[in-house]
Ligand binder design. Structure first.
Ligand SMILES: [Zn+2]
Ligand SMILES: [Zn+2]
Length: 290
């Protein structure tokens, strides 16, 4: 990692100077608890709702462009009432996340041990890159395995089935989930890795912003960014494939689609017909190979 050891002064001066000044002003004006709480909420509002509004207004603003890039056909898209239901669940989940975050910050002010570093320094570039890479890989593992656990036949009907209501997902459906799933699969995989490293709060916000853009993009239903949504879109459509975000663990565990397609073929289940979790669970139970 020695090649990444740029001193903080190597940040482009045009960016480093105003960022440094603004950050010093914020640190002098507010308590670390207020900065962590308000900053995290602002990142959530901008980087979740921003992409959601952009993706979900495309079919109204540019219908022909939208049609060309939609992964799944129009008849499979959610109805207006389904979107409103999605909106109310997502708002409840965000109230839950924000309340939990507030409680954790309150506890950390009592114990004097904050989860993130909130001080006047700007983290050096090499530290930001190191923390982001570590967080990205650990998030993949935490998300992949918690997601697979949520597909266990005993847990799926009670918890994860809600998220799978949208077989043709839209960006907002990224946080359409049971509250337990919201905590276990959405919040913890993103917050645990930078907390292990005691990352700087600015690094956490960069990571969180990236993950929010990623999750809204993979649920967007569009083939943008080199078809980044294809894997997770297929997961929503066909259930027991592509549990991860990056794809490394799907490749490692053989859940990258090819193996499941072979199993379904062997059972005579036609691929692409919207196979139910129950059908695929039965196939998996019989093969018991993974
Ligand atoms: Zn999803
Ligand atoms: Zn799933």
């Amino acid at each position: 990692m020695s090649s990444f050891h740029f001193p903080p002064s190597m940040l482009p001066l045009t960016i480093a100077e105003p960022v440094g000044k603004a950050w010093t002003h914020i640190i002098k004006s507010y308590s670390p608890a207020t900065i962590e709480f308000a900053g995290t909420l602002i990142v959530q509002l901008i980087f979740f709702w921003g992409p959601c509004i952009i993706y979900m207004s495309l079919d109204k603003l540019f219908p022909r462009f939208s049609e060309r890039h939609k992964i799944q056909p129009a008849p499979k898209q959610p109805t207006r009432s389904e979107i409103f239901d999605c909106l109310s669940v997502v708002l409840k989940n965000q109230v839950l996340s924000t309340t939990l975050h507030g409680l954790l910050i309150y506890i950390s002010t009592l114990t004097g041990k904050g989860a993130f570093r909130v001080d006047s320094s700007i983290p050096p570039v090499h530290e930001i890159i190191r923390d982001l890479l570590f967080s990205l890989l650990l998030r993949e593992a935490l998300f992949y395995y918690s997601h697979r656990v949520l597909h266990h036949p005993r847990l799926y009907p009670k918890i994860h089935k809600i998220h799978h209501r949208f077989t043709a997902p839209v960006a907002l459906a990224a946080q359409y989930a049971h509250p337990i799933e919201q905590i276990v699969a959405n919040i913890l995989p993103i917050t645990i890795p930078p907390q292990i490293l005691n990352s700087h709060i600015l690094t956490f916000w960069i990571f969180m912003a990236y993950e929010l853009i990623e999750t809204t993009t993979v649920h967007s239903g569009y083939d943008f960014f080199l078809n980044a949504a294809k894997m997770h879109d297929l997961h929503h459509e066909k259930f027991l494939i592509y549990f991860g975000a990056i794809g490394v663990l799907d490749w490692f565990h053989g859940t990258d689609g090819s193996k499941m397609a072979a199993k379904r073929k062997a059972k005579g289940v036609v691929a692409g017909k919207g196979v139910s979790q129950e059908q695929v669970s039965a196939v998996v139970k019989e093969s018991k190979s993974d």
